[in-house]
Design a protein around this ligand. Structure first.
Ligand code: PMV
Length: 326
């Protein structure tokens, strides 16, 4: 079989209980469990077209042809799809984000979730969501979570993420405080590797992360936003403390200024909790009713360039081709 085309859309997710560190061995399995919320509003749209006439796989990312590592990671996923579909034709991949790529806004999560879904469909495979999640996880473990909507968990040693609660389970928003439009300096894989190799606190992180995950999970299921927020901020700070001790510093002055404002909001009685990933942005978890006021305060923080406000969103989906009208 040759040819075949599909388009998929996926949203980024923000980990409330962080994944940081990989299990030894092959397969890109996380060393700790994680829990995330998939975001609406922000999205990646990816078109995959297999074509027997192509000499090599190609990638166009946000309108520009890509090569090097981004292309190599796409080819690795396409190779897994081809092996599964027993085919060898090459593909053209066109992917567009409506938010800054590689800046710590989890574009790899939505990117590989959309790619896994579009590539498997284009190749003629009809995989279920756990199989798509497994395919995405091997490229970027956080991408396994973006296959599902709402609140999602990825346990240790499993192949796929799992939906834990639907998007409307709790009325929360994530305020993404963008502090830079530049790509991040250290990607998550390199940051995790350096942390594992050099941080005197990596073992402490590995011991603490499952406890923070369990607290976040229980709080979510109990709809206890206060406890969920506390576990969320604690997980991010513990992850970054382990990374910082290895010299892996993602914080910029604006990151600390936004963190300070989140603490000031809490001191003034507004529930707001911060989380940061492999980049300088601060994502703030708030109740729906507090979103507008918290947003105004955070927008005034020096170095916060803009704020994207997201609700819990849906999982990855295939964009159906328009049907002919006659
Ligand atoms: O899946 P990766 O390689 O993009 O790593 C994600 C790491 C964090 O975003 C920092 C945490 C997480 O659980 O998403």
């Amino acid at each position: 079989m040759t040819g075949g085309e599909a388009v998929a859309v996926a949203h980024p997710n923000i980990a409330l209980a962080k994944y940081w560190g990989k299990r030894a061995g092959e397969g890109n399995y996380p060393a700790v469990p994680s829990l995330s919320v998939t975001l609406d509003g922000l999205s990646t749209t990816t078109r995959v077209r297999f074509d027997g006439a192509l000499a090599a796989d190609g990638l166009v990312l946000d309108g520009k042809p890509a090569d090097g590592e981004p292309l190599a990671r796409v080819v690795a996923l396409l190779d897994r799809v081809r092996a599964r579909a027993h085919r060898s034709d090459r593909a053209e991949v066109v992917s567009t984000n409506d938010f800054p790529t590689a800046s710590g806004l989890a574009s790899s999560a939505s990117g590989f979730a959309a790619l896994a879904l579009a590539a498997s469909r284009a190749a003629g495979l009809d995989l279920d969501a756990p199989a798509i999640s497994d395919l995405a996880r091997r490229s970027s473990a956080s991408a396994a979570r973006s296959v599902f909507g709402g609140f999602v968990e990825l346990e240790v040693g499993v192949d796929a993420a799992r939906a834990l609660a639907p998007a409307d389970h709790v009325d929360v928003r994530v305020l993404v405080c963008v502090t830079s439009e530049r790509p991040k300096s250290t990607g998550s894989t390199a940051g995790m590797r350096t942390t594992a190799e050099r941080s005197p606190y990596f073992a402490a992180w590995l011991a603490e992360a499952p406890r923070l995950f369990a607290s976040a999970r229980a709080a979510l299921l109990a709809r206890d936003v206060e406890a969920l927020g506390a576990a969320t901020e604690a997980s991010a700070l513990a992850m970054h403390a382990s990374a910082i001790a290895a010299g892996v510093v993602y914080f910029r002055p604006a990151t600390l200024a936004a963190l300070e404002e989140v603490r000031a909001l809490r001191a003034a009685g507004t529930g707001a909790w911060a989380t940061m990933d492999a980049g300088p942005h601060v994502k703030v978890l708030v109740r729906g009713a507090d979103a507008a006021a918290a947003r105004d305060r955070l927008a005034a923080v020096p170095g916060v360039l803009r704020i994207l406000e997201a609700r819990p969103g849906e999982g990855a989906r295939v964009e159906e081709a328009p049907r002919p009208t006659s």
